[in-house]
Design a binder for this molecule. Structure first.
Ligand SMILES: Cc1cc2nc3c(=O)[nH]c(=O)nc-3n(C[C@H](O)[C@H](O)[C@H](O)COP(=O)(O)OP(=O)(O)OC[C@H]3O[C@@H](n4cnc5c(N)ncnc54)[C@H](O)[C@@H]3O)c2cc1C
Length: 402
């Protein structure tokens, strides 16, 4: 009888957590983790925060952990394709790894810079990217950040703490306004300005030029921003290209059912940034690029591989955090609808904003330095409570109650 084999492709958070969860669920067959990056898996959130100061990046799995898990590591080699007819993962070095189940955990990558990456222009996804950006920031000077999403806003805050001059540029009217809306995003504009960040919001970039003195960012209105370094943070794309020849349904991520199994082949599962699955509470397919999602989804995928006759649907309440200066920013649920109520004191850096779902129901919550509001919101969103019930709960705990 052949031993069962699970191949996990993608050697980072989602892949590591799925491997660990498989063993915790009692899976005792062959387990292989394939990762394109040559180094041991590490955590990414510090790359836009502390790691730009001190290169301190926690490892997610040591060699000893792998031995203890009876997990075979194949690091430094990419998966090039999936041969479903033969039941094999095909590696870039030509090796073929037979599987009974395969977990796709290949994450995402930065959207490429439309203006290229001449010297001094950075993208940020890997530890090597952070090391290169840190070296530039050490030389101080002037950083221009193109893209005021979460990563652009965090790098701006970290660079200011290092004493670097920062200009933050985005065609949208405020930082993170795609997620928070323009009005709430405006609170973050003020935060960054208070910390000395120059802003060019509502301003499109026409070009990034390379000069002997460093890169220059040219805005559509003709203004030129000289820089010692530039960070381009314009979102991310799922690493699903290697699946295109497999015949699996791929559409901005590997398309899966509510059990995180490919809609095309039940032996194929997806987890983390690359997974697009049917979210039963939202009634639509979603893809989420958040740390906590990768962790929670890994547990469900592992369970569904070990117990396919009792599969669990995956219906998380979205959660993401961000650290900017002394603000601990936390988002729960969906904040894409209209903000309906602000509680606490934005000027004091301790507040929450409740968002509707567009149909009068509760969507989600932004909390700044207010962890108890986050606990209440997770409960309220999961329980489909209405907006007033959450507002009442927040008033009861009070913004001073940490
Ligand atoms: C700078 C930065 C800061 C962040 N900060 C936060 C934060 O504060 N809060 C938060 O909630 N989230 C944050 N995130 C998001 C969070 O880190 C991701 O959601 C998380 O890393 C997703 O894990 P993953 O394993 O799905 O994907 P990834 O971390 O992208 O890992 C995928 C792995 O698969 C490998 N791979 C890709 N293709 C192949 C292939 N064909 N074969 C083999 N291996 C392959 C990649 O090399 C990579 O190692 C941040 C992300 C970044 C980049």
């Amino acid at each position: 009888m052949h031993a069962r084999s699970v191949i996990v492709v993608g050697g980072s958070l989602a892949g590591v957590r799925t491997s660990q969860a498989l063993r915790a669920e009692g899976y005792d067959g062959r387990l292989v983790l394939v990762g394109e990056e040559p180094e041991l898996p590490y955590d990414r959130p510090p790359l836009s925060k502390g790691a730009l100061r001190d290169d301190d990046v926690p490892v997610l799995l040591t060699e000893a952990d792998a031995v203890q898990l009876d997990l075979t590591l194949r690091l430094g080699v990419a998966a090039a394709g999936l041969d479903l007819a033969d039941g094999c993962v095909v590696l870039a070095d030509g090796d073929r790894l037979p599987f009974d189940d395969v977990v796709v955990a290949t994450g995402s990558r930065p959207r490429p810079s439309p203006w290229g990456t001449p010297p001094g222009v950075h993208l940020l996804r890997t530890r090597a990217d952070a090391t290169a950006l840190r070296a530039d920031l050490r030389r101080s000077g002037h950083l221009v950040v193109v893209g005021a999403g979460f990563i652009g806003a965090e790098v701006s805050a970290t660079a200011r703490a290092l004493g670097v001059e920062v200009t933050l540029v985005d065609p949208l009217p405020a930082p993170m306004s795609r997620v928070l809306g323009a009005d709430v995003g405006g609170i973050f504009t003020e935060l960054h300005r208070r910390h000395g960040v120059e802003t060019r919001l509502g301003a499109a970039v026409a070009d990034i030029e390379s000069t002997p003195a460093g890169p220059r960012v040219v805005l559509a209105d003709g203004e030129v921003l000289p820089a010692t370094s530039v960070l381009v943070g314009c979102g991310a794309l799922p690493n699903d290209d290697w699946l295109r020849s497999s015949g699996l349904e791929v559409a901005d991520g590997l398309v899966c059912d509510q059990h995180c199994r490919s809609t095309s082949d039940e032996r194929v599962h997806a987890v983390g940034d690359v997974a697009r699955w049917w979210h039963p509470r939202h009634g639509e397919s979603v893809r989420i690029e958040h740390w906590t999602n990768a962790v929670e989804q890994a547990a469900v995928v592992a369970h569904n591989i070990v117990s396919p006759d009792r599969p669990r649907a995956y219906a998380p309440v979205e959660y993401v955090w961000s650290d900017q200066y002394d603000w601990k920013v936390q988002l729960v649920g969906r904040t894409l609808g209209a903000p309906v109520r602000t509680l606490g004191e934005p000027a004091e850096g301790r507040f929450a904003v409740v968002y509707g779902a567009g149909d009068g129901r509760l969507g989600g919550l932004l909390a700044v330095n207010w962890p108890r509001a986050v606990v209440a919101a997770r409960r309220a969103v999961a329980g489909r409570e209405d907006i007033e019930a959450l507002v009442g709960a927040l008033q009861a705990v009070g913004s001073r109650g940490r």
